[in-house]
Unconditional design. Sequence first.
Length: 492
Amino acid sequence: MYLLGYDIGSSSVKASLVNAETGKCAASAFFPKEEMAIKAIKAGWAEQEPATWWENLKLATQSVLHSSGVKGYDIKAIGISWQMHGLVCIDKNRQTLRPAIIWCDSRAVPYGEKAFNDLGIDYCLQHYLNSPGNFTASKLAWVKENEPAVYEKIDKIMLPGDYIAMRLSDTVNTTIEGLSEGILWDFNQQKIADELMHYFGFDTRLIPEIVPNFGIQNRVSKNAAAELGLNEGTPITYRAGDQPNNALSLNVFNPGEIASTAGTSGVVYGVNGEVNYDPQSRVNTFAHVNYTKELTRLGVLLCINGTGILNAWMKKNFLSDRLTYKEMDVLAAQSPVGSRGVSIIPFGNGAERMLGNKETGCSIHGVNFNIHTQADLIRAAQEGIVFSFQYGMEIMTEMGIDIRMIRAGNANMFLSPVFRQSLAGVSGATIELYDTDGAVGAAKGAGMGAGIYASNNEAFASLEQLAVIEPETERKEEYREAYMRWKLRIKN
């Protein structure tokens, strides 16, 4: 008996097969092997073709079925995770009308800011727990004003995961968690955000039917089964955005528990048990995977766009791809804490929420041509990412979230000893690393939704802890000094 999980990222699409009885991953695959293209027709824009996600999902599915020998009828449930905040528009024939406007596209910032001020800051925070900002609703407002012919043809809007569920099942629906990340859910009224919809001139018919995060949402259609090698009628029983899903994959469900990722973007995600928000809307509050109208479980999300993408940029442009990421980590370790005075501000991937939706760009400070080396700049890039995490976590602390322990998957930037030790050093938090990923989490979420697991603790009983990184108390001041220098430079 197996569970199939999909993680629809902006770099790749991953599929994982999990043995439901042992909880172990039987096979994993991702496509494409090079990062998926992001179209940037203008500065600040970022689009992808939804059909590309589907084509890569097919390749990943075929790969895990082939490598594992598992048959479609052995798979009892499917779960989906996706890159958050995207906008997919379809017509009545369920065809996409334009490329998806994805998470790091910042064109909608002015629309969200105007709605925030016109509806009232207090109203938006009390009802939506966020500014409309640069999220899905604001992206749709951009389409309505700038592409009216497209807007007129829209039958339904979806998040990226809703699109994948539709391709799997030929059924269109969404979730409260998904709507909340698009600022389309009113937490105060416990319904679709009618006031914001009315403000933007949206018809509520654009919102698909709402289904629970866990439970039978759809079933695999005959056509999708034939395309993918799955069994017709296999239930899709779980769906969530990538950051709530990452928290799920680390068994983070309850107030005070913290999860983190550091891929293209970086995230610290804490669960709150009461309705709360940042008055300046620098961090975001969305419905967590186990949120219901009866149970308040909210995910406070700090998102930094310029994270692993900086490390990738350094590899490609500064090092001309001569070193692997592991070799870069070894080189970075040759530079001391503080990178001998070099500071890198990592915000070169669109508008940064925690900076008030400003696009400050990436910048390098303090380079001395006589003393600094590649090692110093590579370490400064990793420390700059860490310090951006700390800058945002200070906002979360102001909201009453006590960050003493951070759980993360052993992937991306968390593979770097310099990165994870610096994060522990500057934050004072213990870091626990686990053998898991978003696709495995989505598979186990599907097991919960199908009733195969009675609880999250049963689903994640096999979660393997790989390492524990404690703060280096004897170097606390070195980390603090480097962070304060970085912080001063960001403010200047």
